[in-house]
Design a protein. Sequence first.
Length: 277
Amino acid sequence: MRLPAWLQNRTAVEAAPPPRDLAHRLETGRGVILYMEGVSVSFDGFKALNDLSLYIDEGELRCIIGPNGAGKSTMMDVITGKTRPDTGSVWFGQTLDCLRREPWEIAAAGVGRKFQKPTVFEQLSVLENLEVAMQADKRVRISLFARPTPAQRQQLDEVLTLIGLSGERDRLAGLISHGQKQWLEIGMLLMQNPRVLLVDEPVAGMTPGEVERTAELLNALAGKHSVIVVEHDMAFVRAIARKVTVLHQGSVLAEGSMDQVQADPRVQEVYLGEVVA
């Protein structure tokens, strides 16, 4: 992989700082918490990402939209260390170079990812799912016999309230609804105290009531966490969007408020009227 110029001539163990202008932005105000610059990824000649640059502020709720094949999933794969790009840089804060870290290191540093299909332990209760996610030591004996501290019990109660599952705490996760499983998985990520949450199509398959509740949940998380939401449901995006980034052919096509991107003729052409419907 060819490194960007400002990373060249660094040793493998030396932590290279971000560029001066980005370092300044990181140090002032809430600043940039996550950024990608000039990221390109090719698979068998197909360019999934093409010189993609993206900047996410601390506490921001950002919606990422785009047609199938626009590069949304590949973008998340690169951020979380699953895919290594051909070129570019990806930084979490000022110190974590995501291109030099393993996926578990990126997750431990504070980047949580929720996939489209919820993954919960269906034979455990809702509360037990959160307890398992909370455990820092994942050895079997510790996970089976550890008991929450008072501070951890308080965190469990707070997360259960936030995700709206306090009344389901003792119910098996396999018996709750699809939407509730989505909220539970978000709660499991929250137990790990992430600074950035990547959320992939959270309302797919939900009832209208669950969609509304999910919008409330993600809005409540913004400010305390940086939340990046990839979604195709434009009504849902409008309900939560503060800033929208439109991807097309692996690059940023447009960026701004929902009204701004909807009015962009390039976006209308790419979506063939879907976004403005």
